[in-house]
Ligand binder design. Structure first.
Ligand SMILES: O=C(CO)[C@H](O)[C@H](O)COP(=O)(O)O
Length: 209
């Protein structure tokens, strides 16, 4: 299992400094949606320049103009970008087209998909092979976690690579590991920890245990 650090509510300078301190524990640096709103493509370019050996994910959460928007992320240096799974299948297919053009990959975000039984097979039939099971921060605030959705997607998916996000921390990561995630995404569990480096180290140790 791999560890993805989501950089959301942090300045570009602090994120680059944190990246340097935790890089030995992290496989994928995620340029979070608010981080991209604040810094644009510069964030992707800077991270790729400073950490060329790491994968960079742009959490673009695309809902329209799939090929154009995904192309912008890939041209800036992202290895992955995200599209919202609820959006039109035409947009998903346009994102996949851009991924093929740049030889990169698209993660489809499951946020708020109510009927996973129907949607996951539709997405995979369209060519999707990377799925990000996600409960967002607003739903986390009322106690939701992504564990049930992860189990459901794991049983429905035909071998897609699965990442999982939504309030995961060092003391809960084992559950997600056992439930078949290929990548665990952690934002606040590292960024908001008293000691971010120690939190990243603990997560990496549990993941590699
Ligand atoms: O995409 C996101 C919010 O939409 C976050 O990056 C993702 O949820 C990971 O952060 P956290 O671990 O704090 O939930």
């Amino acid at each position: 299992m791999k560890l993805q650090l989501a950089l959301d509510d942090i300045s570009l300078k602090d994120a680059l400094d944190l990246g340097e301190k935790v890089k030995n524990y992290i496989d994928i640096f995620e340029m979070g949606s608010p981080f991209i709103i604040e810094n644009g493509s510069l964030a992707i370019k800077e991270f790729k320049r400073r950490f060329p050996e790491k994968k960079i994910l742009a959490d673009t959460k695309i809902v329209d103009a799939g090929s154009y928007e995904a192309g912008l992320a890939f041209k800036a240096g992202a290895d992955y970008c995200t599209v919202i799974g609820l959006t039109d299948i035409l947009t998903i297919k346009e994102c996949l087209k851009a991924a093929r053009k740049y030889n990169k990959s698209i993660f489809v975000d499951t946020i708020n998909i109510e009927n996973l039984n129907k949607r996951i097979p539709e997405l995979e039939a369209a060519g999707v092979d990377h799925i990000s099971v996600h409960v967002g921060v607003d739903e986390q605030a009322v106690g939701k976690t992504p564990i049930d959705a992860l189990r459901q997607v794991k049983s429905l998916s035909n071998n897609s690579i699965l990442s999982v996000a939504g309030g995961i921390k060092a003391d809960t990561v084992d559950l997600y590991k056992k439930s078949g995630a290929d990548i665990v995404i952690v934002g606040g569990g590292i960024n908001h920890a008293k000691n971010s480096v120690l939190a990243a180290k603990k997560l990496a140790e549990k993941i590699n245990d």
